[in-house]
Design a protein around this ligand. Structure first.
Ligand code: NDP
Length: 232
C-alpha cells in the first residue's frame, strides 16, 4: 500500500488487514507513519514514491521479509491545483511524479517477483477527474488519466503470467485531500451527485478488497468507478 498513513489508503490497509492480509504501508511523514504502524501492526517505511531508488529498496526489503508480494495498491497521490496559465513547472512535475511516476516505480519493482510467482494484483487509484476533467487540475487530471492507460497497457503485458492490473476511480471522498473545500463548494458537489452525498474512504476500500479477491479472477485492465453516480 502506498500512501496509507491516512485517508483512503489507511481505510484500504485496515480492510485488507481485516481480510487477513499482511500489510505494509509507506508515506513521507515519518512520525505519522510510525504512529499508524504501531496502532495497526503494519510493516512500513517512510518512502516517497517519486524516488525510484527508495522504492526499489523498499520492495527488496519487503521481499526479504515476506518472500512474496501478492497485492499492490498504488494509492499515494497529491494535488497542486491551479489554472494552466499560471501553473508552475514544479506543480506540474510534482503531481505527475507522485501520482503517475510513483505507480510506475512501484509496479516496476514488484513486477519481476510477481512474474516469477505467476500471480499478483496491482490496483491503481485513479480519479473521476482523470475521466471528466476538472478546471484547475490539468496536472492531476493528466496524471490520473495516465494511470488508466498505464493500467490497460500493463494488464496486457502481464495477463499471461496470471497478474491482474485494475484501477479504481473514486469521486469525491471525505479525506484531507477534499477537506480544503469550502462548505459551499461541498454542498454544490453533493448536489451534482445522484446518490446525494460524498463518499467515505471505506467505500473505496470495499472495491479494492473485491479487486484483490478471488471473486475478480477474470477481471483485468478495468476501472471501477466509486463516485455515487457523479459520472455515469
Ligand atoms: P490524502 O491526502 O488524505 O492521503 C494521501 C496519502 O498519500 C497520505 O498517506 C500521504 O502521506 C501519502 N502520500 C502523498 N504523497 C506521497 C508520496 N510522494 N510518497 C508516499 N506517500 C505519499 O489523500 P486521499 O486519501 O484523499 O487520496 C488517496 C488517493 O486517492 C490519491 O491517489 C488521490 O489522488 C485519490 N483520490 C482521492 C479522492 C478524494 O476525493 N479524496 C478522489 C479521487 C481520487 P504523506 O503526506 O505523509 O506522504
Amino acid at each position: 500500500m502506498t500512501g496509507a498513513t491516512r485517508g483512503i489508503g489507511l481505510a484500504v490497509a485496515r480492510r485488507l488487514a481485516a481480510e487477513g492480509a499482511q500489510v505494509a504501508i509507506c508515506g513521507r511523514n515519518e512520525t505519522l507513519l510510525e504512529q499508524v504502524k504501531a496502532e495497526h501492526g503494519f510493516l512500513g517505511l517512510a518512502v516517497d514514491v517519486a524516488e525510484r531508488e527508495a522504492v526499489q529498496a523498499m520492495i527488496r526489503w519487503l521481499m526479504d521479509e515476506w518472500g512474496h508480494i501478492d497485492i499492490v495498491v498504488n494509492n499515494a497521490g497529491i494535488t497542486r491545483d491551479g489554472l494552466l496559465m499560471r501553473m508552475s513547472e514544479d506543480d506540474w512535475q510534482q503531481v505527475l511524479n507522485v501520482n503517475l511516476t510513483g505507480a510506475f516505480h512501484v509496479s516496476q519493482a514488484v513486477i519481476r517477483p510477481m512474474m516469477k510467482q505467476r500471480s499478483g494484483r496491482i490496483i491503481n487509484i485513479s480519479s473521476v477527474v482523470g475521466f471528466a476533467g476538472s478546471a484547475g487540475q490539468t496536472n492531476y487530471a493528466a496524471a490520473k488519466a495516465g494511470l488508466i492507460g498505464f493500467t490497460k497497457a500493463l494488464a496486457k503485458e502481464t495477463a499471461s503470467r496470471g497478474i491482474l492490473i485494475n484501477a479504481i476511480a473514486p469521486g469525491y471522498i471525505d479525506t484531507d485531500m477534499t477537506a480544503a473545500l469550502t462548505e459551499q463548494q461541498t454542498e454544490w458537489i453533493k448536489s451534482q451527485i445522484p446518490l446525494g452525498d460524498t463518499g467515505k474512504p471505506d467505500d473505496v476500500a470495499g472495491a479494492v478488497v473485491f479487486l484483490a479477491s478471488d471473486d475478480s479472477r477474470y477481471i483485468t485492465g478495468q476501472t471501477i468507478h466509486v463516485n455515487g453516480g457523479l459520472l455515469i
